[in-house]
Design a protein. Structure first.
Length: 371
């Protein structure tokens, strides 16, 4: 896949931010294109070398090396192509850049499942490759890309939008967790409750997000008009409140179902042992059931967090301020780099949330269960 990506256009030189331009190959990066070629040779060695140690070493090096070399090649191509161009000219990522970055991610993910060196050495290589790629922003010309220029133009509003995105998503997941875990426990105790709770939360998942936001605007506006004190607290038809309520409803199903499955799937022998030790029902829940169910509970919260971070972009239609503002402004202006400025941080937030909750699940899981 990486070799295929190297044969595709790396960047696109455009007269301005809106008009399509001319596709340029990897050769536009000059001598730095050879580093990309070297990284691809290392990747081929990881697949074809006859010596297992060489294959493993190359597999761990190939991903970070391709990531860093592609970033520097993009910077070099951008700086070279913009030389002598008017200030409004832009250089945007093209198909080859996305394929190369995707190849680097696939290589790094595949290497994480291989035998040593997979401990400290792998983390050093991966971290070093990431740092070297980021270093291309100030020193490698990456800051001249159209995406970086869009960020520079919107620097004052970008970070508040990121903060608004994180705030809305975090509040929704926190409320859904506070409500969903008790509902899941209750559902595991009572069959009728289980049918009602899982049925209602399942139906909510089938409602389109924009439709749910629209359904919430009118009643919340009426509630704010009837009770001015609630309006002062932010409960109104337009703003973050409809978005938080809608996202909380969407997050309830994975949290509730994860809790229910975790509690209901506990071995009866463990419960009998707790009863035999004289534990009360509350003690049994706190000391046996919840510790054993933690992996599935956290996994439900993890799924909810990733889901909510993505849907948060749609809450801009209810007046919320988050990264969706950039996405839909870019769509309205037919500016692909502005769309990416909102979409890429959203993806990064989702990946970070997935990794953070995966780590939390490992930390909270009792050692015996983990083994």
């Amino acid at each position: 896949m990486g070799v295929f990506g190297a044969s595709l256009p790396l960047v696109q030189l455009r007269p301005n931010r809106l008009v399509l331009g001319v596709a340029e190959p990897l050769a536009a990066a000059g001598p730095l294109a050879w580093w990309v070629a070297f990284a691809l040779i290392v990747a081929l060695a990881a697949a074809l070398a006859p010596w297992p140690r060489v294959r493993r070493a190359c597999a761990h090096i190939a991903g970070p090396l391709l990531l860093a070399s592609t970033a520097w090649a993009l910077g070099a191509a951008s700086a070279h192509l913009l030389t002598g161009q008017p200030p409004i000219a832009r250089v945007s990522l093209s198909t080859g850049a996305w394929v190369l970055f995707g190849s680097a991610a696939v290589m790094s993910l595949a290497a994480s499942h291989l035998e040593p060196p997979a401990g400290a050495a792998r983390r050093i290589w991966l971290g070093g490759g990431t740092v070297l790629a980021l270093a291309a922003v100030p020193w490698g010309g990456l800051s001249s890309l159209s995406l970086a220029r869009e960020l520079a133009v919107r620097a004052e509003t970008f970070w508040p939008l990121v903060g608004g995105h994180v705030m809305i998503a975090s509040a929704s997941v926190a409320i859904a967790t506070a409500a969903g875990v008790p509902l899941g426990i209750w559902a595991s105790r009572n069959g009728r409750v289980r049918a009602v709770v899982l049925g209602i939360t399942g139906v909510i998942q089938t409602v389109p997000s924009l439709a749910l936001l629209g359904l919430l605007v009118v009643p919340l506006a009426a509630l704010g008009d009837a009770f001015p004190g609630l309006r002062e607290l932010g409960i109104r038809g337009i703003g973050a409140t409809p978005g938080i309520i809608a996202l909380t409803l969407y997050a309830l199903l994975p949290v509730t179902r994860g809790t229910y499955v975790g509690i209901a799937g506990i071995d009866l022998a463990a419960l009998d042992a707790g009863h035999g030790m004289g534990m009360s029902r509350l003690q049994l829940l706190g000391r046996v059931e919840l510790p054993l169910a933690v992996p599935l509970i956290v996994d439900g919260v993890r799924t909810a967090a990733v889901l909510v971070i993505g849907i948060t972009t749609l809450t801009v239609f209810a007046g919320a301020r988050n990264l969706g503002v950039l996405v839909f402004e870019g769509l309205g202006q037919l500016a692909p780099d502005l769309i990416l400025l909102g979409a890429l941080p959203t993806i990064a937030l989702a990946v970070a949330a997935d990794a953070a909750f995966g780590w939390l699940a490992r930390v909270l899981t009792p050692e015996g269960v983990r083994a």
